[in-house]
Write a protein that binds this ligand. Structure first.
Ligand code: ADP
Ligand code: F6P
Length: 498
């Protein structure tokens, strides 16, 4: 947003009141969102209220609704959880509860509400918004408010920010908290890997996600897990045999451990739960491997937010206030989403509907549809995981030979990029070579053909396993005058992209 656009917004909220609440399961980054809504609200000249303890506070009213100041959100951007509290509130799911909530908002002159929560919270917000007119009529009938007051506050603007580590809301690439939860999961996987390796153990790691496998999928992709269970893609019947064969093969090639990642809500083709203990017992019984289960639990939701979540929440909070300021009585309630790198507004009702459709598709065992409804990025992650986790026989050999080298300063992720390029190349039937020590190695002929398993375990390694060097003058001359590249190496891929 440009400085000019911001200047236009300044004081556009004079005479208006905005309330913000956090609801459902907490998520790292909620505080950054509350801070952004509060400060942007004050910037536009509105009164800003914090509603404590989610919908519970909205139904209760009284001290649960407090006016906020610029300073009341100081020093919170780095804190996990939510300083204004969150709750799962039964009362708000009832008509009486929502009537009381409407009364409390009118009492404070609030007609702009920002709800930060998961799909349940936003579903509740959507219902509240639809009922608003009828709730005010009831309050008039009960003589709790006058007709003039009902007319003055006849319209409630609602904007939702999706705060949930599960990344289970359709319409946004990322929800607030997901990135931090993934960081936490990766720390645990890296830690588990070291002990698993020492004892040659198999670990079954259960990650959160009652209905959504995003956390499990991305952590499996990022750790190169041997096997993955997610609710959207139950394993085909007979998976027990296939999984045990794969685990056994990986050990017989010299691997000292196996990592299996299972989403909390994993199911089989019949919709029956697949539990981490069932998987453990299976591995012990069939393969005799020493196997342990680790359930990560609420550690995933705790702790400080990542830089990504702090920035995402700040951008979304700011956009939420702008959306509230621009809303007219005809504007539908919206949700602020991330599309690519941009904050965009989408109709809340439609996003809630698509999110419900995913659940329905899973219940009806239409799993392909469920994956598609989760969105392109989910589907891509799933396809990449399947492609890189296990070697499939390549259909036919190609005539291409590809060399991969790292150049310049090493960067975290280079090894993952090389692993991926090697495996994708092999699965397409190409011959793949790696070059050691950048262009200097290329000039000197430090080139080896690599196989699928040569890059096993590279995902979690920092630096550059191939070795990388900044290009020196003498390398140019070596490359120009000495042609050490094997004839079969016809093209060269530089993994400079990271
Ligand atoms: P999340 O928002 O993290 O998905 P929940 O599903 O538990 O968490 O929802 C949080 C709260 O949102 C609930 O405790 C309830 O107060 C409210 N809520 C959820 N679904 C509805 C609904 N259908 N109608 C009204 N309120 C709802
Ligand atoms: O929705 C977020 C989430 O963390 C889920 O992944 C998990 O299943 C659930 O909340 C746990 O809820 P609670 O904190 O109420 O046990």
């Amino acid at each position: 947003m440009s400085a000019v656009d911001l200047e236009k917004l300044r004081m556009s909220g004079a005479g208006k009141a905005i309330a913000v609440l956090t609801s459902g399961g907490d998520a790292q980054g909620m505080n950054a969102a509350v801070r952004a809504v509060t400060r942007m609200g004050i910037y536009v000249g509105a009164k800003v209220f914090h509603i404590n303890e989610g919908y519970e506070g909205l139904v209760e009213g009284g001290d649960c609704i407090q006016q906020a100041s610029w300073l009341s959100v100081s020093n919170i951007i780095q804190l996990g959880g939510t300083i204004i509290g969150s709750a799962r509130c039964k009362a708000f799911t009832t008509h009486e509860g929502r009537l009381s909530a409407a009364f409390n908002l009118v009492q404070h002159g609030i007609t702009n509400l920002c709800v930060i929560g998961g799909d349940g919270s936003l579903t509740g917000a959507n219902i509240f918004r639809k009922e608003w007119g009828g709730l005010l009529e009831e309050l008039v009938k009960e003589e709790k408010i006058t007709e003039d007051v009902a007319a003055k506050y006849s319209h409630l603007n609602i904007v939702g920010l999706v705060g949930s580590i599960d990344n289970d809301f359709c319409g946004t690439d990322m929800t607030i908290g997901t990135d931090s939860a993934l960081h936490r999961i990766m720390e645990v996987i890296d830690a588990i890997t070291t002990t698993a390796q020492s004892h040659q153990r198999t670990f079954v790691l259960e990650v959160m996600g009652r209905h959504c496998g995003y956390l499990a999928l991305v952590s499996a992709l990022a750790s190169g897990a041997d096997w993955l269970f997610i609710p959207e893609c139950p394993p085909e019947d007979g998976w027990e045999d296939i999984m045990c064969t794969r685990l056994g093969e990986s050990r017989s090639r010299g691997s000292r451990l196996n990592i299996i990642i299972i989403a909390e809500g994993a199911i089989d083709q019949n919709g029956e739960p697949i539990t981490s203990n069932y998987v453990k017992e299976l591995v012990v019984k069939r393969l005799g491997f020493d196997t342990r289960v680790t359930v990560l639990g609420h550690v995933q939701r705790g702790g400080t937010p990542s830089a990504f979540d702090r920035v995402l929440s700040s951008k979304m909070g700011m956009e939420a206030v702008i959306a509230l300021m621009e809303a007219t009585p005809r504007t539908p309630a919206c949700v602020v989403s991330l599309s690519g790198n941009q904050s965009v507004r989408l109709p809340l009702m439609e996003c809630v509907q698509v999110t419900k459709d995913v659940q329905k598709a899973m219940e009806e065992k239409k799993f392909e549809e469920a994956i598609q409804l989760r969105g392109r990025s989910f589907e891509n992650n799933w396809n990449i995981y399947k492609l890189l986790a296990h070697q499939k026989p390549s259909e036919e050999k190609s005539n291409f030979s590809i060399a991969i080298l790292n150049v310049g300063a090493p960067a975290a992720g280079m090894n993952a990029a090389v692993r991926s390029a090697v495996r994708i190349g092999i699965s397409e039937g190409h011959k793949i070579y790696t070059v050691h020590d950048g262009f200097e190695g290329l000039a000197k002929g430090q080139i080896n053909e690599v196989g699928w398993h040569d890059v096993a375990g590279w995902l979690g390694r920092g630096g550059s396993m191939l070795g990388t060097k900044r290009l020196m003058k003498e390398c140019y001359s070596l490359l120009r005058h000495g042609n050490n590249m094997k004839n079969s190496v016809s093209s060269c891929v530089l993994s400079l992209l990271l």
